[in-house]
Design a protein around this ligand. Structure first.
Ligand code: DMJ
Length: 582
């Protein structure tokens, strides 16, 4: 014990000197961090894990560069300036060659004649859908211009709190629909608004998921379809603002982000601070394209990190529960659903594979295994012979299907060809059965529109049993499945079912100043909810228009629709190779 004790004045002097020396070293070391180029020094002195708390792997360096450019972002006043600073994060040529990209498409995006069908009745139906779009758009423009949605009964705008202070959701969501329909005056108005008035310097709390699927998706599509550089500049600024949401111990983003400060947190309603599968699992397509356009791999790294965690984690019966902790990376509870909270995660697995020019084998494997687990555990047949996808709560089935889950007919059919060859027909049949069930949920109502959720218990067969499930808010999923089923089977019944929906929308949802959701699909006299959702313009009307168009309008060989129906191009191997040799 004495060996460590002080032995007199000489030792005391040594101790004071050593203390002084260590103080000096600490001071110098600390000062390095305040030097202007401190990030590089941090890289030298800190270990990889210390310097990159956000992602657990490769993303560290790019993240730091991103954070560096972010501080420059704050001092920039114009969006365009921000873009150029953010591009400093990439270490290679940032220019995306639009003309080369166009040459790598297999077919012209708008077909030979904008997908004009030769059959007069189909053409007439398509014209009707175009008129509906113009009517919805004109009323939005007259009464809600620059707001997020139109309130068609009170003739004013709605802003809401999903988009963190961003405005014009209906405009951004409509750009591609207007463009493919050839509504060019309207498209030009929309484009001008985005250029002059879409303010990305907002400071509010946004849903990462909603901003991604509507704004990022909408701007990306607009860019890829038109080649307007302005859309690209805007989307790059916005994309960068979303990155801090991934700043969690696992890299699984939280649901809500302040677009100004970058602070993020979980939804108050999500159990135990969890993140939602359908939210963090629905970023892949857009983020891959953000990397494509910026030549900055950070976006792809973020979503690949999510993918890796989901692939690795143990799954109950092979199923993916809806709630995951962004801190521990564990499931928070065992609720599984192909409808709300889970839906588009599955959709993005198969679409990631298709969008990768069928090279993303991991996504493919995860999709078909997930589908197998869904079939084994959730797919049911009702006493009346209807196939449906039930929900699963810790092993107990809830015999209900949400309107949202009706996208799955389309999902299963677009993946039918790439699964095991012996399962192709089975998938086509499953997709057709699910789409049929969803159609039944429409045809069994008084309005011929479907409820928010329908059940298969207590004697119910594809009908809502609770008052609170009876509403229809202009959702697209059932029509989305008709569109895909039509494209892949050409069975005329899907066009007929689409037309039934058009007639029902016209009869019950069209009001004097736009389209409105309704509160009870079973009521003969409808009560309107006074909301024209932006997804009505982006999805419902677009899918209807495509249903009545020839297949060469946005051919599925070249385009994959994000979950808000914004078309994103397949990333061609040939294009990537061209980029490398540039
Ligand atoms: C849309 O915003 C998207 O389709 C999303 O995936 C689910 N909900 C709405 C439409 O119902």
């Amino acid at each position: 014990a004495t060996g460590t004790a002080m032995n007199g004045p000489a030792d005391k002097d040594k101790f004071v000197f050593l203390l002084f020396l260590s103080g000096l070293v600490t001071l110098c070391f600390g000062a390095l961090f305040f030097l202007p180029d401190s990030v590089r020094l941090k890289r030298i002195f800190l270990s990889k894990t210390e310097s990159q708390p956000v992602t657990k792997d490769a993303g560290g360096e790019a993240l730091e560069d991103m954070m560096l450019s972010r501080s420059k972002t704050e001092s920039a006043s114009k969006d365009e300036k921000v873009t150029s600073s953010s591009n400093q994060g990439a270490n290679t040529d940032t220019s995306f060659d639009y003309n080369k990209f166009k040459k790598c498409l297999l077919k012209p995006p708008l077909g030979i004649e904008h997908g004009k069908p030769s059959d007069p009745q189909t053409l007439q139906r398509r014209e009707k859908v175009k008129e509906m779009m113009k009517f919805a758009w004109d009323n939005y423009k007259s009464f809600a211009w620059g707001k997020n949605e139109l309130r068609p009964l009170t003739r004013n705008g709605h802003i809401g709190n999903m988009f963190g202070g961003l405005r014009g959701a209906s405009i951004v969501d409509s750009l591609d629909t207007l463009y493919i329909m050839g509504l060019m005056d309207e498209y030009n108005d929309a484009k001008e608004w985005v250029e002059t008035s879409l303010d990305l310097n907002s400071n509010g709390e946004a849903s990462l998921f909603e901003v991604n699927i509507r704004y990022v998706g909408g701007l990306l599509s607009a860019y890829y379809l038109t080649g307007e550089e302005m859309f690209k500049r805007k989307v790059m600024v916005l994309g960068e603002k979303l990155l801090p949401a991934f700043n969690t111990p696992t890299g699984i983003p939280r649901g809500v982000i302040n677009l100004g400060s970058g602070t993020s947190w979980s939804w108050g309603w999500a159990s135990a601070g969890s993140s939602i599968l359908a939210e963090f699992g629905t970023l892949h397509l857009e983020f891959v394209h953000l990397s494509e356009l910026s030549n900055n791999g950070i976006y792809t790294e973020k979503v690949m990190n999510i993918r890796k965690l989901l692939n690795k984690i143990e799954k109950p019966h092979g199923l993916y529960p809806n709630f995951l902790s962004p801190v521990s990376g564990n499931w928070v509870q065992h609720h599984v659903s192909i409808g709300g909270l889970g839906d588009s995660f599955y959709e993005y697995l198969i679409k990631s594979y298709l969008m990768s020019d069928k090279t993303d084998e991991e996504a493919k494997k995860m999709y078909y295994s997930a589908l197998e687990a869904i079939e084994a555990n959730l797919v049911q047949k009702s006493p009346g012979g209807l196939t449906y996808m039930a929900e699963w709560r810790g092993g107990i089935l809830d015999h209900k299907m949400g309107h949202l889950a009706c996208f799955s007919g389309g999902m299963v059919v677009i993946g039918a060809d790439d699964g095991a060859p012996e399962k192709r027909q089975h998938y086509l049949d499953l997709a057709a059965e699910i789409t049929h069930t969803c159609h039944e949920s429409y045809s069994r109502s008084a309005t011929k529109l479907g409820p928010e959720a329908f059940r298969f218990d207590g004697g119910a067969e594809a009908t809502a049993t609770r008052l609170s499930d009876r509403y229809y808010i202009l959702r697209p999923e059932v029509i989305e499945s008709y569109m895909y089923m039509w494209r892949l089977t050409h069975d005329p019944k899907y066009r007929e079912w689409g037309w039934e929906a058009v007639e029902a929308l016209e009869k019950h949802c069209r009001v004097e100043a736009g389209f409105s959701g309704i509160r009870d699909v079973y009521a003969q006299t409808v009560s309107h909810d006074n909301m024209q959702q932006s997804f009505f313009l982006s999805e419902t009307l677009k899918y209807l228009y495509l249903l009545f168009s020839d297949d060469d309008l946005l051919p599925l060989e070249d385009w994959v629709f994000n979950t808000e129906a914004h078309p994103l191009p397949v990333v061609r191997k040939s294009f990537s190779l061209q980029k490398q040799v540039k």
